[in-house]
Write a protein that binds this ligand. Sequence first.
Ligand code: COA
Length: 562
Amino acid sequence: MRLLFLTHSFNSLTQRLYVECTRWGHEVSIEFDINDRVTEEAVDLFQPDLIVATYLRRPIPASIWQRVTCLVVHPGVVGDRGPAALDWAILRGEAEWGVTLLQAEAEMDAGPIWASARFPLRQARKSSLYRNEVTEAAVDCLREALDRYAAGGFTPVPLAEYPERVDGGWQPPMTQADRAIDWSVDLTGTVLRKVHASDGSPGVLDPSLGDDLFLFDACAAIGQAGFPGDLLACRDGAICRATVDGAVWIGHLRRGLPRDGGLKLPAVALLGERVANLPEIASDPMQAEQGEAIRYEQANGVGYLHFAFHNGAMATDQCVRLRTAVMQARQRDIRVLVLLGGPDFWSNGMHLNRIEADSSTADASWANINAIDDLALEIIGCPNQMTVAALQGNAGAGGVFLALAADRVVVRDGVMLNPHYKSMGNLYGSEYWTYQLPRRVGDEVAERLMANRLPVGCREALELGLVDTVLPARPDAFFGAVTAMAEALAAAPDFAAQLAEKARQRAADEAVCPLADHRADELERMRLNFYGFDPSYHVARYNFVFKVPHSRTPLHLARHRH
Ligand code: COA
């Protein structure tokens, strides 16, 4: 079928549905919801069988849904309606939530239902639930609905007749008053629910810290307590704040809205002098606890390095600390080093917000790309261990190529990769991609991936040779499979032969073109991106970090406009 995706942006859910629908054999084109006239034009040009509204912030105009069947992905259970479905579900502490695929009609979210799915609601950030449970449920719903549509004869079920529905009806947008934390009465669990319901956007406005500060990235602070609301300590860029029954870590803050120049930054960086006198809790990756960004564990000859950097963004200091942790792990008595990234993202490359906040964005970009290159080099050159990049979460741009530095790349089913840089203002890219990518997928595919700027699902990544194995989607099954695979590798009778082969291959590759030459060539191009006369990268980064709305759909997505 010809499917037109109508969406506010090409976000993770839209990317995943795009990849799946393409795999199921459909022809997909995308139009950003910019204004009604542009959408009508897209429908005229593409003549879709169906429109799928993957992520919209306003209703579909009647001129569209009266003409073509429009399926709307609603991140709520049947009967739930309104623009803040997940926010309310998290704030209320629902045990179970779901996704409904309904047909657009005059009343928002009240149309008849094509499919629905439910899942247990984890205690997690909204963005994490959206990227995982909501996305998986949306894939299931869309597959069911497309099958029903293609088979014909299916009548979507009117809401009032749907057997399993909530009767809450319309839920209004969630205001900052609904999200507000009262530090004098709110329990830790309440504070976490309020921040989780607002994370990644819009955050919880917390005037008690002064200014117009928004809170993000919260977790319980084990073993900390104090007078409710007091700031207790700092650790790894986060601040610890007392609640009535414990304390929470707040990792990130933003002063003001993005459109007013607000940037989401580590809390300590944003508060500066105000927290200079707080006790600093040292963070040692080799002895870190759950909840710390870089954390090392070891068992049965395998080292596991977690690096759960917020949003997968890796700033210069984070790359340096992670590199040190890799070097320390390499000194341990292990045969395999597994690089696990974080639960939602493995890595998204350089930290664009931190770069934007720097007084010299060019210098900060240069330092960041060199730090990430140093880290990649440490992984590529690992002589005594086999390395495994195990991607629990998505990876984009430099983050994908950092993963390719490992000897084996395994991904959790459903993970999305964006193995390209061009969308960020024609960035050339580094992380030794000119070495890593062609040797895995060949020159032709490498060129295509870089030029197409499209997301790659894990099945396609496997077929292309970009990754080696796809492991089960459920986190516990994924970790079980990673552990089994890593331990088998460590215990392999031919382990020494595998290491020798890796060294031989590396030496052969080095003889053809030294890694230092790859890096120098890439950085020469990056230097132009950062310091040259063409400001495209700086403009694209600015638009990205300040979330400047799109004024048109990029042509590589809007195929109907080719
Ligand atoms: N630096 C800083 N923040 C980043 C980031 C980066 N490299 N990559 C993603 N983020 C942030 C986003 O701003 C967003 O922040 P929010 O919490 O305010 O919502 C969050 O991570 C999620 O990103 P989003 O773009 O909404 O996710 P997505 O799943 O829709 O798209 C990518 C994923 C990777 C395609 C997209 O995030 C991207 O293009 N990132 C930039 C990659 C890049 O160019 N890196 C630099 C070159 S190495």
